[in-house]
Design a protein around this ligand. Structure first.
Ligand code: PRX
Length: 644
């Protein structure tokens, strides 16, 4: 980690929305008198139908969090209707298709019509306030319409990433008891088709409560049709009225569920509510990207992840911004695509993940330097630690040393940015997410749960509630308490480790639990292990992450076969296929090592620490292996390590 400092550029120091003094003053107010601070922000950023009576009420010991109690608002009204007087004709969404010749501009007026019509269709199909609707969509404008249409009528959306398998989709639909699914015939990414409807058909075969499946025609490919359940999206929407009365929601009414992985068990349905979430998404979008009226803002995430929720849809649209939505991948037709899109649409802020930066860096500078990129003002990074080498390249080659990089640390559970620089206020250090956003009080805890003072390292926890905090794990509040609030009573525990330097800057060191971060996608080792052991020839599996040049972390699986089963390349392929089938392509192990035995303690617990060291080739620091039931296992694993 370098400690080189990149000061705030002079121009931004002069005219950014927040400068250093203002950051310090506002931060102080936000932690000393949070209710006054957040009440002021809630007035400034959102339009309320009815004002709250209590700003906040929380008890972190019980995982109870509430903001703006008694307040009423509607998210679609905040993201669309209230902008119409001034920006009906302004572009709300620039859609850039997979094929560079394919794009579309959607004005706020058009967005209003699309969202209201779809909301009417949903109402007509019996969807009411509080009902759950599942979205399994490609990156097309209808994904955005569908999210907002749910909010219009108070339905709770659960977006499932289009790369998940039919099984994973089925589990999520059933866990949230969704009764309507919105999908497309096929998705299109990098010239390849993604069989969304075929996957949905497989999933729905085991989802008895889904009565309606709305299908967007994206490619026109051949699909099966269930006349009792399936409806063409366009036909339904075109027959629906263009006005739809919004449902006024309590600030604490659920807004969406988003499944995310933890160290144990099945993915959890993280639940976010209406007022606090929207406020923090909007406020961070404006200040972290120093967003000015009329600018074009592009976040490359998929709407299937929280970054897409908060920074393609809700934050930007709440601010009346122009948000670019990209269907494709950064390397198609070639590695110049992102910068061509930047030039084509005059993009001012560009927000992506380190894995994309590393992949593009590997393709060579020429793909970047042949484009202008002069519209770019602010760059962003999210999802995993950005290594200083990738940071420097992003800054120097992509940003021409003009655009500061906002390295934003946050999580599905936090809903919005938690630690991040602000362009006009915070000097940068490559690899550090720098300092907390307003209202966020990070602490580092030692093994005894005591707060580390000054420079030091520890488990990263948050000491006081913030508005966009998760409210519960859908259907299982105890699991929410167990996961986030019982490790360190009185704190929200992030699952990350971090270091704080003498300047008070934070450096995320990675997860301290059994959660992997592969290309910025979060995955539980337990999920991959469960997929592997489903194969009839597998007796046991242990999965760990290892450093990977492009993905950040790769998946390393140690597999013990059943008595009599023979290791083979075919079997490896079958196991990889098993993970694709159970979870999706993102869960493919990069390396499978046959392991006749696994390092276990005498009580039978697998010592993952040792497996991680072997996978990372860090054989000098294996630590004490004498407490293992059979220390000889380790030599065997080292001897049969897979070369890469
Ligand atoms: O480990 C941290 C890492 O991603 C985790 C959260 O993953 P997820 O809920 O999928 O949300 C990703 C998008 C917000 C965190 O616990 N992470 C996220 N952002 C950063 C990061 N690690 C280091 N630096 C970041 N900027």
């Amino acid at each position: 980690m370098t400690e080189q400092v990149y000061p705030v550029p002079a121009e931004l120091k002069r005219d950014a929305l927040i400068d250093k003094d203002r950051y310090q003053a506002l931060y102080r107010q936000s932690v000393e008198d949070p209710d006054t601070f957040w009440a002021e922000q809630a007035e400034e950023f959102l339009t309320w139908q009815q004002k709250w009576h209590t700003v906040s009420k929380s008890d972190l010991n019980r995982g109870e969090v509430a903001w703006f109690l008694g307040g009423k608002l509607n998210v679609s009204v905040n993201c669309i209707d209230r902008h119409l007087a001034k920006r009906a004709e302004q572009t709300a969404i620039i859609w850039e298709g997979d094929d560079p010749a394919d794009d579309q501009l959607i004005s706020y007026q058009q967005l209003h019509t699309e969202v209201c019509r779809l909301a009417n269709v949903l109402r007509e199909r019996g969807v009411k306030k509080g009902d759950r609707v599942c979205l399994y969509m490609p990156m097309i404008p209808e994904a955005c319409y569908a999210m907002l249409a749910c909010t219009r009528i108070g339905a709770v959306h659960s977006v499932v990433f289009g790369g998940f398998s039919p099984d994973a989709l089925k589990d999520r639909i059933n866990d949230a008891d969704c009764q309507v699914l919105i999908t497309a015939d096929e998705g299109l990414r990098g010239g390849k088709k993604v069989p969304l409807k075929a996957n949905a058909d497989k999933a729905l075969a085991n989802c008895p409560n889904v009565h309606t499946c709305l299908v967007v025609k994206r490619t026109g490919g051949d699909i099966d049709w269930n006349g009792k359940r399936d409806i063409w999206y366009r036909d339904a929407v075109e027959a629906a009225p263009e006005q739809c009365e919004p449902e006024w929601m309590d600030a604490e009414d659920p807004l969406f569920i988003l499944y995310t992985s933890g160290s144990t068990g099945q993915p959890k349905g993280v639940l976010h509510t209406t007022g606090g979430y929207l406020l923090q998404a909007a406020m961070t979008h404006k200040y972290v990207f120093d967003y000015r009226e009329g600018e074009v803002y592009w976040c490359t995430a998929d709407v299937g992840w929280v970054t897409g929720h908060s920074y393609i849809v809700y934050g930007p649209l709440a601010n009346g911004a122009t948000s670019l939505m990209f269907e494709g991948v950064p390397t198609y037709p070639d590695a110049s695509r992102c910068w061509q899109v930047v030039d084509k649409h005059g993009v001012n802020s560009f927000y992506t993940a380190p894995t994309a930066v590393r992949a593009l860096m590997g393709a060579g500078d020429e793909f970047v330097t042949r484009t202008s990129r002069k519209s770019l003002r602010i760059l962003g990074s999210v999802g995993e630690p950005i290594n200083p080498e990738a940071w420097e390249w992003y800054y120097r080659v992509v940003g021409d040393e003009r655009s500061p990089i906002m390295d934003t640390w946050w999580q599905t559970e936090t809903g919005a940015h938690m630690m991040t620089p602000l362009p006009g206020a915070i000097d940068l250090k490559p690899g550090s997410c720098t300092v907390p956003f307003f209202g966020v009080q990070p602490v580092l805890l030692d093994a005894e749960g005591n707060e580390v003072e000054g420079a030091g390292e520890g488990s990263l926890a948050i000491k006081a509630s913030w508005p966009s905090q998760l409210r519960t794990v859908y259907g299982d509040h105890q699991r929410c308490i167990d996961t986030y609030y019982s490790t360190y009573p009185g704190y929200y525990f992030t699952g990350d480790g971090a270091r704080r330097d003498a300047d008070g800057y934070y450096w995320i060191t990675g997860r301290v639990d059994d959660v992997l971060n592969v290309s910025g996608h979060r995955m539980g080792t337990a999920e991959v292990e469960s997929a592997l052991v489903l194969h009839e020839q597998v007796a046991e599996a242990a999965v760990v992450g290892y450093p990977h040049d492009i993905k950040g972390q790769g998946i390393y699986a140690y597999v013990t076969l059943m008595e009599g089963a023979e290791p083979s390349d075919e079997l490896k392929k079958a196991l990889i296929q098993q993970c694709v089938q159970e979870i999706g392509a993102i869960a493919k192990p990069d390396i499978i090592q046959w392991a006749p035995g696994l390092p276990k303690t005498r009580s039978g617990k697998i010592m993952r620490r040792i497996l991680r060291k072997i996978a990372a080739n860090e054989l000098d620091s294996l630590g004490d292996t004498s407490t293992l039931a059979d220390p000889g296992v380790v030599d065997d694993l080292i001897g049969n390590r897979v070369n890469r």
